[in-house]
Design a binder for this molecule. Structure first.
Ligand code: BGC
Length: 457
């Protein structure tokens, strides 16, 4: 498979703070909502916690060396708000900020472009005590925190993103309660969604006052498709599902209005936001970050709340361990859709990857993960196809560098290109890491697998 990527295209891996760092209270950090959530019985598979995770907080230099070995030209990481501001506002904890300064310096020494995310779900618990994403003041709290981080790091970090996947924060954290803080209320989800967008807008405004580079928003998009013989109610349900997951955030952030379907989805729970307040959610950004994992074929199902759709399993398709269909063509479709709908903004694939069962290491220590190699190869090919069709895609980050704490699934789902033994914390690059290193070395000119090693003896 031959493909062309523009000069300067970034090849990266992504991670997030709570999922890899461990030592969540080290050096004066304040606890996050995840620190509490994992301590609530029944919330996380196996009772797993981020107390140790990958031990990245202590092994940061080793991990950057690994990135260098793979040839990465970018690394997307998140900053834990509670390390920088233990109470979420006010007092700055220089030691916590210092960790990210050292990480950034180490990346630059290794020739790797840092891409920093300000919020990847680990809200300081002290802010949750004040209502968290339900408190309108959170936009100002976020902007203050963001300004502090920009001031410390913008001289060395050229790419910033405000909030990672606001849809997941509101849907998982406030609508269905499967993620921290674990609430289950459509009223709260609608309010949290709005304040996430207000915080994003305030975070971008703060960047314009302080920063000199680029800032964007990261969304997860999952195309909603229909199967054959779809009825009128299937078509309508598809529109609702698409509005809820794919347009609820980008439309206000980039076009200044919520999709009209919101009222029908949320019913009484949808607040009548004043028009000027919704228009204020629209602020110019420099790029969109896309987290793409899968598509979904949907049909109408009145028993499902709040969007009356059920997913239809596709015969013959490959599914990951998180039951996501492998569908690279939908990544091309998504990139082109973003390009057309949101004014040709530059795009970065900020996450893309898959959890598959990894066999135990062979005697020679190798870990073969052919399905993950296949996933990467076909999805990087899908990015090349979107570029060929005109989308301005500037980089690709595989999720994830390391096996890590997969939120409510604990350590039971492995997304890493590098295997982590959670007892010893030893890192072992899987075949997918080697494959990705080869793609990077060729700047994506060929996505073919290396020829199998000849048998000897
Ligand atoms: C998140 C990651 C997560 C990944 C796989 C994304 O929604 O940003 O934190 O681990 O998907 O589920």
């Amino acid at each position: 498979m031959n493909s062309t990527f523009p000069a300067g295209f970034l090849w990266g891996c992504a991670t997030s703070a709570y999922q890899i760092e461990g030592a969540p209270l080290a050096d004066g950090a304040g606890p996050s909502i995840w620190h509490r959530f994992v301590r609530t019985p029944g919330r996380v598979t196996g009772g797993d916690t981020g107390d140790v995770a990958c031990g990245h907080y202590q092994r940061m230099r080793e991990d950057v060396a690994l990135m260098r070995e793979l040839g990465l030209s970018a690394y997307r990481f998140s900053i834990a708000w509670g390390r920088v501001m233990p109470e979420g506002r006010g007092r700055i904890n220089a030691a916590g900020l210092g960790f990210y300064e050292r990480l950034v310096d180490e990346l630059l020494r290794a020739g790797i472009t840092p891409m920093a995310t300000l919020y990847h779900w680990d809200l300081p618990a002290a802010l949750d005590d004040r209502g968290g994403w339900l408190n309108p003041d959170i936009a100002d709290w976020f902007a203050d925190y963001a300004s502090t981080v920009y001031r410390a790091l913008d001289d060395r970090v050229p790419l910033w993103t405000t909030i990672n996947e606001p849809w997941v924060v509101a849907d998982g954290g406030y609508m269905h309660g499967v993620l921290a803080p674990g609430h289950r209320s459509a009223h709260e989800a609608a309010i949290a969604a709005h304040h996430l967008l207000r915080a994003h807008a305030a975070g971008v405004a703060a960047y314009r006052a302080v920063g000199k580079h680029q800032v964007g928003l990261v969304v997860n998009i999952e195309p909603k498709h229909l199967g054959p013989h779809a009825t009128a109610s299937d078509h309508h349900a598809r529109e609702l599902a698409d509005a809820y997951m794919n347009r609820q955030y980008l439309d206000p952030a980039l076009r200044g209005s919520y999709p009209e379907e919101m009222q029908e989805i949320f019913g009484d729970a949808w607040p009548d936001w004043p028009v000027h307040e919704v228009e204020a959610l629209k602020v110019p950004i420099d790029f969109i970050g896309l987290n793409y994992y899968t598509r979904s074929v949907v049909r109408h199902d009145a028993t499902v709340w709040p969007v009356p759709t059920a997913a239809v399993r596709q015969a013959g398709a490959i599914y990951t361990e998180t039951a996501w269909e492998l569908h690279p063509a939908s990544l091309t479709e998504t990139l082109l859709w973003l390009h057309q709908r949101y004014g040709g903004l530059p795009l970065y694939v900020t996450e893309n990857g898959a959890a598959f069962y990894d066999p135990p290491a062979a005697i020679d220590g190798r870990i073969d993960d052919p399905l993950r190699v296949h996933y990467l190869r076909t999805h990087i090919g899908a990015v090349a196809e979107a570029i060929a069709q005109g989308a301005d895609v500037r980089g690709y980050c595989a999720w994830s560098l390391l096996d890590n704490l997969e939120w409510a699934h604990g350590f039971s789902k492995r997304f890493g290109l590098v295997h982590v033994d959670f007892q010893t914390l030893v890192r072992t690059p899987k075949a997918s890491a080697r494959y990705y290193a080869g793609v990077i070395a060729r700047h994506g000119a060929s996505l073919d697998l290396p020829p199998a090693a000849p048998h000897t003896g």
